[in-house]
Design a protein around this ligand. Structure first.
Ligand code: EPZ
Length: 422
């Protein structure tokens, strides 16, 4: 297993290109199952999760070609031969559950492995299943699989009221509703930019959707969808992650392709901490307003609130802030596993349940640390960039799921960072 070695090297400055959004691409790719015409995705990120979704779709009989060094994905589902998503692929990536809605809506049946939990939580899919049942699906859960059928071969429009916001359940229901008979209304729907991006793509394919980006999305089902070419939206989590580089190290970084609307609540918190964020015609320019950043309190919420996927990275910054910060993780039940690793680097963090209290220290000290999940891995890299001495982050396969060419992007800003292959 590879590790990444980082050596604190003072202020970092330069330009970092931001890739297409992993979490948009992982729901756009299964949308190919809704149509027998080609779907082309541009600005696709080059990540292991995308390769896993490619394998899954190919296992169903879809054609997925990766072109232009992975930046373009050409998908086609005109000859689906297998309607079972196997556990051995689904267990590698929970987003695999997103083939359930489209497959059921287009073919009237699907068998999809229940995704396991993961490091950050149990990650149930009950809201996905309840939404599809509301649309008429018969679901039979046995031997770890969801055996789904649409009576008469077609789902029907319904009012789906989500008890709490779920990104994935909204995506599954939205895709399924595009081919259902009649109108579907999704209430308390997720508002993430990735949902808006999915709706934009589905509308290019001929779907009739209104309200995406608000809590109520209305879909008028159609008999069939066509093909489309769609540019994947910029990755707001990669964007936020790299915005933290000058915040934690000093210097000035321009995140190319970044726009404020994707990270508004995050940028507000950075501003309160003493970090300036400026929209340029190329992206977002970020720099500390003066010396050490100030402590701020953070609570994660569904979009447009502070993103849970930036909580670990923000904690790394607050470990070096002046004062004490309180971070509340409201989305996942176990998303502070980066805390013990940061403590190994000299951070002062008290974790009680979903609340972490961080008392800032002048400077962290490099140490060998272990990545536990995707966002925790990159928070350790950020801490290492600012720490005194050397940090070795092990189990970086987590990192490669969500960040392309990290070393290259950070080295371009002057970072001392290298990958050590085991
Ligand atoms: C998506 O996961 C993202 N993944 C996650 O990003 C992100 O953290 C999350 O949304 C929240 O923004 C992808 O888009 C591939 P949820 P998802 O359904 O859809 C509970 C990353 O680092 N829940 O909004 O699985 C769930 O356990 C990843 O890129 C149920 O109880 O998140 C969680 O506590 C990590 N039942 C909360 O709701 C359900 O049926 C929010 O989950 C579904 C979810």
């Amino acid at each position: 297993m590879d590790s990444i070695l980082v050596r604190g090297n003072g202020a970092l400055s330069g330009a970092i290109p931001i890739a297409g959004a992993k979490n948009a691409c992982l729901t756009l790719m299964p949308a190919t199952l809704l149509s027998d015409e080609p779907l082309t995705l541009t600005n696709a990120p080059r990540l292991s999760d995308i390769r896993t979704m490619t394998q899954l779709l190919q296992s169903l009989g879809a054609e997925v070609a990766s072109l232009q060094d992975g930046l373009v994905l050409a998908l086609s589902s005109h000859s689906i031969t297998n309607f079972k998503a196997d556990y051995d692929i689904v267990r590698k990536m929970r987003a695999s559950i997103l083939v359930l809605g489209p497959m059921l809506a287009r073919y009237g049946h699907a068998v999809v492995s229940l995704p396991g939990g993961c490091a950050i939580g149990a990650r149930p899919v009950d809201l996905h299943l309840k939404a599809l049942e509301a649309m008429g699906a018969d679901l039979d859960l046995r031997d770890g699989y969801v055996h789904a059928k649409a009576p008469g071969g077609r789902l029907k429009g319904a009012v789906v009221e989500f008890p709490f916001v779920s990104v994935g359940a909204t995506e599954n229901a939205l895709m399924a509703a595009t081919l259902a008979r009649g109108t579907t209304e999704l209430r308390n729907a997720a508002r993430e930019p990735e949902i808006v991006d999915l709706a934009r793509c589905l509308k290019k394919m001929g779907a009739k959707i209104e309200g995406e980006g608000t809590s109520t999305i209305t879909i008028e089902g159609t008999d069939r969808l066509g093909g489309a070419t769609h540019q994947v939206v910029t990755d707001r989590i990669e964007l936020g992650t790299y915005m933290l580089v000058p915040a934690i190290c000093g210097g000035e970084v321009e995140c190319i392709g970044g726009t404020l609307d994707l990270v508004a609540s995050f940028a507000e918190k950075l501003d309160a901490a003493g970090v300036s964020v400026t929209q340029t015609n190329r992206g977002l320019k970020v720099a500390r307003k003066n010396g050490r950043v100030r402590a701020v309190d953070v609570m994660t919420e569904p979009f447009p609130g502070f993103p849970t996927d930036l909580q670990a990275q923000m904690m790394a910054l607050l470990c070096t802030a002046e004062g004490t910060s309180v971070l509340e993780e409201k989305i996942f039940e176990n998303r502070f596993m980066h805390a013990p690793e940061l403590i190994r680097m000299g951070a002062k963090i008290d974790v009680h349940g979903g609340t972490a209290t961080v008392t800032g220290v002048e400077r962290l000290k490099g140490a060998p640390v272990m990545a536990t999940d995707l966002r925790a891995s990159v928070s350790l890299i950020l801490a290492g960039l600012a720490a005194e001495g050397e940090t070795v982050v092990s189990r970086v396969y987590h990192l490669d799921r969500g960040y392309e060419r990290v070393e290259e992007k950070l080295r371009a800003c002057g970072a001392h960072i290298e990958r050590i292959s085991a």
